[in-house]
Design a protein around this ligand. Sequence first.
Ligand code: G4P
Length: 524
Amino acid sequence: MSNQKEINRRRTFAIISHPDAGKTTLTEKLLLFGGAIQVAGAVKSNKIKKTATSDWMEIERQRGISVATSVMGFEYNDVKINILDTPGHQDFQEDTFRTLTAADSVVVVIDVAKGVEPQTEKLVKVCRMRNIPIIVFINKLDRPGKDAFDLLDEVEQKLHLTVTPLSWPINMGPSFKGVYNIFSHSLNLFSPGKQIIEEGIAINNLEDKKVDDYLKEDADQLREDVELIENVYPKFEIDSYLGGKLSPVFFGSALNNFGVKELLDNFIQIAPSPIGRESDIRKVLPEEKSFTGFVFKIHANMDPKHRDRIAFVRIVSGVFKRNTYYQHVRLNRKLKFSSPTSFMAQKKSIVDEMYPGDIVGLHDTGNFKIGDTITDGETLNYKGIPSFSPELFKYIENASPMKAKQLAKGIDQLMDEGVAQLFTGKHTGRKIIGTVGALQFEVIQYRLEHEYGAKCRFEHITLYKTVWYKSSDQDQLKDFRARKATQIALDKDGREVFLADSQFSLQMAQQKYNNIEFFFTSEF
Ligand code: G4P
């Protein structure tokens, strides 16, 4: 089969949601349709529940699960689907941002009763920045929820998306009767708990007598709703969707397996096949012959005695082949992989060849960092994995003087994995760990001790944000560097950041140094 055929039949996407909206349940139902799993309950949730903050067994267990569920590939109607898993816990949000760089589209799951929740807002914002095509799935229609029109308004306002419903619910909660498929003009009637899916009832138009026969007193309401939809919402156009300008909305109940097949059938028709990626020198297209890919996730292995890790590489172009030398661009070194891993459902297996859109797992003994590029030989680096200024900061100190080396190595490797960000005071040399959530500090302390035999202590620092900066005004830069010397640190790539201890001090700096630009992300 030619590469083009393999590229065309791939769909690589991520499901994102606020915790508990039904991401895991939906993933599982999609895998059931693909025949990748046989029973419900096989996909374990990769979420660290809030209550488990200090439950280390739970975190270790979750780490194991998240290797297995990082990528779930399956075949459906001759389409190879790769679902990228994203952690539910908000403390691991940065992981999700990075995973989104490997996805070509996303499905956003929203709980019909809760509507748009904060984490969904943040994640969709990142998708919008990259114009990723978004499909919205409104879940839990078997429960009472918000009015469907109100919910669409909320999605438009809070997520800043232009939406158009492709299916429409007939009631919800205890009186939920099913959905009308606007796209295919068919009725799908709901029976709770039914796992077998019947084909929708085809109707010619909504005036069809079958609509009254099946829906009885709700038939006229549906007719009114659909008339309103046709007047208010734009017609679905695939190009607008692919450009990230229009998001189709589906309604259903993942738990009851309702609306999931429509979602999947539409998804494989409209969702993009692998798209190219921008590099520092040019845009690379999937159909190019030469292999290129980038590391978007690194997972430490479960066995603490062997510090091997799996680097997850998104293939951007060409064909990845086993036992072939590839160029590790940052290290300027050739590397060969004898056991590249593919992820089908929950199974890992060694593969000989993989195509654009696929995710290959590479065993790594410490060569990779998140964001690294590998190629056939060309020197290029993929962009698009920015670091955002963390929210919480602490000094990290060695609590066991004999183990300084182990501590340094442990910190380095954990930072390569993207567990947190490290900033080193330019003049003080003190190390500052920055995280999105409090949980990471505990994870770092625990893993340093159990995997590297090192002990650390965290100390308080008053810090509002780490701010990247640049300027062409050398005089201002010189003055800024001199006056703020104790507040300048280096990030993992050796770039300078300003340690702003409060919003006020940042504003003062911005006013005084008006020719210096300040940034909350490392990509500018
Ligand atoms: P998440 O990955 O987005 O965090 O959500 P998850 O799928 O774990 O679902 C969260 C809860 O919502 C689960 O219940 C799940 O069974 C339930 N759920 C998912 N889809 C639907 C739906 O369509 N209708 C209804 N009524 N519930 C749904 P739980 O009690 O928290 O967990 P569990 O004990 O059922 O696993």
